[in-house]
Design a protein around this ligand. Sequence first.
Ligand code: SF4
Length: 163
Amino acid sequence: MRYNLIRKMDISDGPGVRVSIFLQGCEFHCKNCFNPETWDFEKGHEFTDETIKTVIDLAKEDYVKGLSILGGEPMHPRNIEGTIKLAKAFREAYPHKNIWVWTGFLVENVVNQEVFKYVDVVVDGQYKDELHDFRLKYCGSSNQRVIDIKKSIKNNKVCLYED
Ligand code: SF4
């Protein structure tokens, strides 16, 4: 797996101050994607154990509320194992911080559901330009869902995240 960028202090992708990582590679190619430089799987930087250590280290201060994993496509079959490894390590390091993931796949179609053991919220669905709504807080278009994963697992149905 490769990644495009790590942000030390991100206040626009999820609640509160966060560390965010943008992974490299996405095949959806949504019209007016906010991040087309992440489409190519071969660009960016190699994702290694050092990258995981860096992310964990950057999140050590109390004011960092969690980790955001974006893309590119974190749930693509080429990236999902790296995403799981990162989420698992972050969860072990910080049981009380939250993990949010953005994906163009619907959660029902994610190839490796193990990832949901470690994440709190998933924003799912491809960005649809014709459904763009600037009032949405955590996504770009109204077809996308902000899903509370723990609540969904507990209730065995998709439950939306409430602020
Ligand atoms: S799924 Fe996300 S990263 Fe991929 S093309 Fe669509 S908006 Fe861009």
